[in-house]
Ligand binder design. Structure first.
Ligand code: ATP
Ligand code: MG
Length: 116
């Protein structure tokens, strides 16, 4: 049970972030979107890129409101995305994607109480 428009917002932000992270790099640029069943009746959707990677020393700030490394960024994308994940009883986290790039994991329960 989920709000389609909100999940679309989350996935669009993750995909655009991945594309932004790769846009100045040469070589193979790969954006991978995978979904899989996780433990405890959870669903994980992951968005991986082969971009510049999470900002060094600031990886734990990327979910903060107004944190951005882009000239035209609002820095609200991940903050809002994490709020949406949590309001569905899920979570959103970021890890490095060796050898380069980042992966964002969105985990959601299969079913929750019906949304008002
Ligand atoms: N896939 C990624 N690879 C590397 N860094 C990332 C990635 N996704 C997010 N970030 C970092 O996290 C910051 C915050 O991302 P967020 O989506 O919240 O805002 P934004 O993309 O900068 O702005 P907006 O979403 O408003 O366009 C980015 O500016 C960037 O530094
Ligand atoms: Mg963004």
């Amino acid at each position: 049970m989920a709000d389609r428009v909100q999940l679309q917002q989350v996935l669009m932000n993750l995909m655009i972030n991945g594309i932004d992270a790769m846009k100045d790099l040469d070589g193979t640029r790969q954006l991978a979107i995978k979904s899989q069943r996780a433990e405890n009746d959870q669903l994980t959707v992951s968005v991986s890129d082969t971009g510049v990677g999470l900002p060094a020393q600031q990886a734990d700030q990327i979910f903060d409101a107004f944190f951005t490394t882009k000239v035209d960024g609002t820095g609200m994308g991940l903050r809002i995305s994490r709020s949406i994940a949590e309001s569905h009883g899920g979570r959103l986290r970021a890890v490095d994607n060796p050898p380069r790039g980042a992966t964002f994991h969105l985990t959601l329960p299969f079913k929750t109480e019906a949304h008002p």
